[in-house]
Design a protein around this ligand. Structure first.
Ligand SMILES: Nc1ncnc2c1ncn2[C@@H]1O[C@H](COP(=O)(O)OP(=O)(O)O)[C@@H](O)[C@H]1O
Ligand SMILES: [Mg+2]
Length: 507
């Protein structure tokens, strides 16, 4: 008996295997996705989620394994084959032409000559239908680069649907969205599912999985380790499956005991390389013994603020003081000497030299210190001794200080930076996106270290686009929007209130 088409799963991946050189990204993966469901795929960074979906979308070729779509064996050797099979993908980085309109982007690559009159008017009415069917409103004549990110993402979805997608793959879709935009996306996905579309949602956010999926599959180190109905699992179980051990999801901390002001920022204005004002007349203090968190959607001036405070970028005007001493315009070396520790948001460009061995990075920025050498020469033995102690204390893996830093995972690279900055015992620790690209096990560890710094009486300034991180670590929250601090809130403030402030809607 052959199965009826409606009974067949939308997607079956059978024995998918993929290596990139020595990295075994997908190990004999089996996955079945029911038609008309939202199926989450969760896993730590590097678990192999994007690789698996890229194979399904024809970007990568599997070394072994097969794919069935709606019960039919299907060869997907390029993205055109995927589109033909009814699969659409919304990428992590949008693939839209920025100076084209919504309509032009939707038609692009479908009609051959995208701008032929006939194609355009037909596409316009097709877009209108999609809009009414799925609640995907967007002005067809708007220019992409003028749209907020949430709407650009909607255009990507429209584009896939316009091409006839019955299966929609979304890879980490909420990373770039405000909480309100994310909620809106989830509503749209719900409508699509209810109309019979099949959605595969890749994320590392447990809360999103619990909120909207019907089924969830967990990947760990290239393997598919479990599949659960969402109603029959918990965030604790999923976290444990992702990491392979029990993890503490909540940061445990007592009340803060703030004392003297360590950092003062007064009417600070910072411009970017093109002369655009990115930080606009910002003032705040951070006291010893407290964590001040700066919440905001990426790109609202947080990066430039951090750069000014840590001596990487000269402010246009205003003042920065450490322990009451003006330090505006000081370079990083002078600031470090005054007790600044800095965990930069981009560890690859600012925090680490990936081609150096671990022990060298473990003292980077402090290498002129007499402990690590004489004059201009680095004493490698001293560095290695120092590195070994940090590796032990911070559980950095593999425990080999002679290994090139590039060979450590993202989480371990971040621990190298965290260990280096914290072990200097700075009076002021400035932290940018401390857990970006870091797995949950390492997140737990880094969060605990930051709270320990606070409890040891240090001033901690934390900038993160992860609202959960800001809420669980901060004693006070400042919200940045369009270069300004639009308000200060306590950490028990609801996510929605903060989200509206982050979107510039309410103060
Ligand atoms: N094009 C590639 N070349 C080499 N290695 C890759 C490539 N793409 C992914 N990898 C590696 O494969 C592993 C899985 O990556 P990925 O599928 O992106 O994980 P995830 O999406 O779960 O974070 C990682 O170790 C990653 O470094
Ligand atoms: Mg990925």
């Amino acid at each position: 008996m052959s199965p009826t088409p409606t009974a067949a799963p939308a997607i079956e991946l059978i024995g998918i295997d993929k290596k990139f050189g020595a990295v075994h990204a997908n190990k004999n993966i089996n996955l079945t996705v029911a038609k008309g469901s939202i199926h989450g795929i969760i896993g730590e960074n590097g678990a192999g989620k994007s690789t698996l979906m890229s194979i399904l979308y024809g970007f990568y070729h599997a070394d072994a394994g097969s794919i069935r779509i709606n019960g039919q064996a299907t060869v997907i050797d390029d993205s055109q084959a995927a589109i033909t099979a009814g699969i659409g993908m919304v990428h992590q980085h949008f693939m839209l032409v920025e100076n084209f309109s919504v309509l032009e982007n939707v038609i692009l690559g479908v009609e051959g000559g995208a701008l032929l009159g006939r194609g355009v008017s037909e596409a316009r009415s097709a877009l209108k239908r999609l809009e009414t069917d799925y609640g995907l409103e967007v002005d067809p004549d708007a220019i992409i680069e003028e749209l907020p990110v949430g709407l650009q993402q909607r255009v990507e979805i429209l584009k896939a649907l316009y091409r006839g997608a019955e299966i929609l793959i979304l890879d980490e879709p909420t990373g770039v969205l405000t909480p309100a935009e994310a909620d809106h996306l989830f509503k749209i996905l719900g409508v699509l599912r209810d109309q019979g579309k099949t959605i595969v949602l890749i994320t590392h956010k447990l809360r999103e999985i619990m909120a909207i999926t019907d089924t969830v599959s967990v990947m760990r180190r290239g393997e598919m380790v479990a599949t659960r109905r969402t109603t029959e699992t918990t965030v604790e179980e999923l976290a444990e499956l992702m990491v392979g051990r029990r993890v503490l999801l909540r940061v445990e901390k007592g009340p803060a005991a703030p004392s003297d002001i360590v950092l003062s920022v007064r009417n600070l204005t910072v411009k970017d390389g093109r002369g655009v004002t990115m930080v606009d007349n910002v003032s705040f203090d951070v006291r010893a013994g407290e964590v001040v968190g700066i919440a905001g959607v990426a790109g609202n001036g947080q990066s430039e603020l951090l750069e000014a405070i840590t001596g990487i970028r000269k402010p246009a005007s205003g003042e920065i003081l450490i322990h009451g001493k003006p330090v505006t315009g000081f370079d990083s070396a002078r600031l470090r000497a005054l007790g600044l520790g800095h965990i930069p948001e981009d560890r690859h460009h600012m925090g680490l030299v990936l081609g150096f061995e671990e022990s060298e990075n473990s003292v980077l920025g402090y290498h002129r210190d007499s402990r690590y050498g004489r004059g201009p020469l680095l004493d490698l033995d001293a560095c290695r001794e120092d590195a070994k102690a940090k590796i032990e204390k911070y559980d950095i893996r593999p425990p080999n200080c002679r290994l090139k830093t590039a060979n450590f995972s993202g989480g371990n690279q971040q621990k190298i930076v965290v260990a280096r900055e914290i072990e200097r015992d700075p009076a002021l620790l400035v932290v940018g996106q401390p857990t970006r690209g870091v797995d949950i096990g390492a997140i737990e560890f880094i969060h605990r270290r930051l709270i320990a710094m606070r409890d040891a009486g240090k001033a901690v300034l934390l900038v993160s686009v992860e609202l959960d991180e800001i809420r669980s670590l901060s004693d006070r929250i400042l919200v940045m929007f369009a270069g300004r601090v639009v308000g200060e809130k306590t950490p028990d403030t609801g996510e929605q209130t903060l989200g509206l402030m982050m979107a510039g809607i309410a103060a």
